[in-house]
Design a protein around this ligand. Structure first.
Ligand SMILES: [Zn+2]
Length: 425
């Protein structure tokens, strides 16, 4: 029962440092770091790592190294002033290595009038509020506080521990990819995104598409002589939604079957026409299509093109003027780790040790950096952290402090159990 004893000691340390841990999160939230502008917060995180005597690597991703992977992470408007940070704690030898990773960029907080709390940080009601409080500066604080707790309770690790803070997750994962290309590796990875303490083993893929439909412009007063690109697009839209419904009915995955929509297809932009009284000659629709672990980018692109081609075959105009389907922006693969994977079992066991309950084990429809570590880095990766994802990207985003401490304790015990600890002498 040695680990039970150390779990209790870690829990006591965290409870007695509750205010400091919340304050560390508040301080990071107070440094705005909207994607593309992560320099200042990374400087602060590098200081936090150096204060903890980690061997710290700071570097910026370069366009030439990313170029072969552009479809995986999307292109960047800004490359400079966006350092990635990895802090390494060398183990005493003989244990497994572990990387714990979080992204430091946040999405724009939007209209302050929609927030009832401070956008860049406020503590109230046992919660830390602010943009990035949940997604996911909470995850950065969790791994730093976990390390503090292990040290304070006299734990010495055998395997290496790498703590990674990455830029550019919200628009595709630039920093995580660069961390992999930089050669930072471990026997497993935990991404501490806000999962509300669920253990996430799978994430859906997503493809961004653009459909261009051609019509024929005439004066609206004479519309029957023209062809409306809007009218021609409507059956395409309906076919995409019918396909989404059919896929939901016919495809099954144990980590996704609880969801109302396992593969959302969402058209986010529709632009058509140039003038109210002119029949529109062009319509451009752009959307995002989700898919399951096990399905491939190429297979999903082909199936989408087939759905749209079938609509065109049934329409004399579209037969002669086939809609153009393009794959623009990020094309993100799905990823999955087996529940039997050693890292999945270790996190689940630590969660159980800390909370007395099994974690809920799920898949998510969104993408995270985990897919890059799994698919490109070939490192088994799970996602686990504090904070309700439902408040991420919205007003009054928050992380509950109790949940942050629970996640931190689970992470501390995962580190100890995974990396191994030096036997007491
Ligand atoms: Zn996130």
């Amino acid at each position: 029962m040695e680990t039970q004893k150390s779990s209790l000691a870690v829990g006591q340390y965290l409870q007695s440092h509750r205010d400091e841990i919340a304050r560390m999160l508040l301080d990071l939230v107070a440094i705005p770091s909207v994607t593309g502008d992560e320099g200042a917060v990374q400087d602060a995180i590098a200081v936090l790592m150096r204060d903890r005597d980690l061997e710290v690597d700071v570097w910026e991703a370069r366009p030439d190294e990313i170029a072969p992977y552009l479809t995986h992470v999307g292109d960047q408007d800004v490359w400079e002033g966006r350092p990635n940070v990895v802090g390494r704690l060398a183990g005493s030898g003989g244990g497994r290595s572990l990387m714990i990773q979080g992204h430091v960029d946040v999405v724009d907080p939007g209209d302050p009038a929609l927030w009832t709390r401070q956008q860049w940080g406020e503590i109230a009601d046992g919660r830390v509020y602010g943009r990035g409080a949940a997604d996911m500066k909470s995850g950065i604080v969790a791994y730093l506080a976990a390390l503090d707790a292990l040290r304070a309770t006299g734990t010495e690790l055998q395997g290496d521990l790498l703590l990674a803070a990455s830029v550019g997750e919200e628009n595709g994962g630039l920093g995580a990819l660069s961390t992999i290309l930089r050669g930072h590796r471990a026997d497993a990875v935990i991404v501490t995104e806000p999962t509300g303490l669920a253990l996430v083993l799978a994430q859906g893929g997503s493809l961004v598409f653009r459909v261009t439909v051609t019509g024929r412009a005439v004066h609206g007063a004479n519309r029957n002589a023209g062809v409306s690109a809007v009218d021609k697009y409507i059956p395409i839209h309906q076919a995409l939604l019918a396909w989404e419904a059919e896929r939901n009915r016919t495809l099954s995955h144990p980590l996704y079957d609880h969801l109302g929509n396992k593969f959302p297809i969402s058209v986010g932009v529709v632009r058509a026409g140039t003038w109210a009284s002119t029949v529109p000659e062009t319509l451009v629709a752009e959307g995002r299509l989700g898919f399951l672990p096990g399905e491939t980018i190429e297979g999903m692109q082909r199936q989408t093109e087939e759905v749209i081609a079938r609509v065109a075959e049934d329409d004399p105009w579209l037969r002669d003027h086939p809609p153009l389907v393009e794959w623009v922006g990020g094309q993100f693969a799905s990823a999955e780790v087996s529940p039997e994977a050693p890292i999945a079992r270790t996190v689940a066991a630590a969660h159980r040790q800390v909370t007395g309950e099994k974690p809920s084990v799920v898949g998510i429809t969104a993408g995270t950096d985990a897919r890059l570590f799994t698919e490109i880095g070939k490192m088994p990766t799970v996602v686990y952290g504090a904070g309700e994802i439902m408040t991420a990207h919205g007003p009054d985003e928050y992380a509950p402090i109790d949940q942050l401490l629970t996640a931190t304790q689970t992470i501390a015990m995962t580190i100890a159990n995974w990396c191994g600890t030096r036997p007491e002498t």
